[in-house]
Design a protein around this ligand. Structure first.
Ligand code: ZN
Length: 206
């Protein structure tokens, strides 16, 4: 499918380790076995417990992986820019539904948030309406449409070839850095409002 949990502006796709797929197979197998056992039987109860164990192990691994990743990102970067995804909208899209629910993006951003505070880093959340994917990083041209399954595209204005995820990550970073340079803040909307006010008052004074 080619959809990653997280994509770093360094070009590194992270958060979609192979063990996810292996775990899923294991879970499906346990569930199939459980479904085949006779209702109310001891074997069915045993199979049910097996399914629960596989579930728990998957949860543990994912949580562990997310924590390692968020710690690493916070350690390696002074300023971290993330996009607050419109998870509900994406879940409506069939193809992406599984990838997004695997992601646990909200939980991941939460981890980045409090770890950034611990280590004195700046976390900038880019509003979800910012067209990070549809904006050409090179010339800032915004294309009208970029269906979710398009992973590579060429800017119609400047002709630069883009990897969808890398282009979006670069845009998020640039946007985040400009927001944090304008006074920093976890919420770009508020930061913008803060930047806007002094200008207006200066104009009013002159
Ligand atoms: Zn362009």
């Amino acid at each position: 499918m080619g959809i990653q949990e997280a994509f770093l502006s360094t070009g590194e796709a992270v958060g979609n380790p192979k063990f996810y797929a292996r775990d899923e197979k294991r879970l499906a197998k346990a569930q199939r076995r459980h479904a085949k056992k006779k209702k109310g039987s001891r074997n069915r109860e045993k199979a049910r417990r097996k399914v629960a164990r596989v579930h728990a192990r998957i949860q543990d691994r994912r949580r562990d992986y997310q924590h390692k990743l968020s710690t690493r990102i916070v350690h390696e970067n002074q300023v971290i820019c993330v996009e607050s995804l419109a998870v509900k909208n994406m879940v409506k899209n069939h193809c992406l539904a599984k990838a997004i629910s695997d992601v646990g993006w909200g939980e991941f951003v939460r981890q980045l948030e409090y770890k950034s505070q611990w280590y004195g880093r700046t976390l900038v959340k880019i509003d979800r309406w910012y067209p990070s994917s549809k904006t050409c990083y090179d010339c800032k041209h915004v294309v009208e449409e970029l269906p979710l399954d398009v992973r590579e595209w060429v800017c119609p204005k400047c002709g630069v070839w883009h990897d969808r995820d890398l282009n979006a990550a670069n845009n998020i970073l640039a946007e985040g850095l400009s927001v944090s340079a304008c006074g920093g803040g976890v919420r770009p909307a508020r930061a913008k409002a803060r930047v806007g006010n002094p200008q207006r008052s200066r104009k009013a004074r002159s």
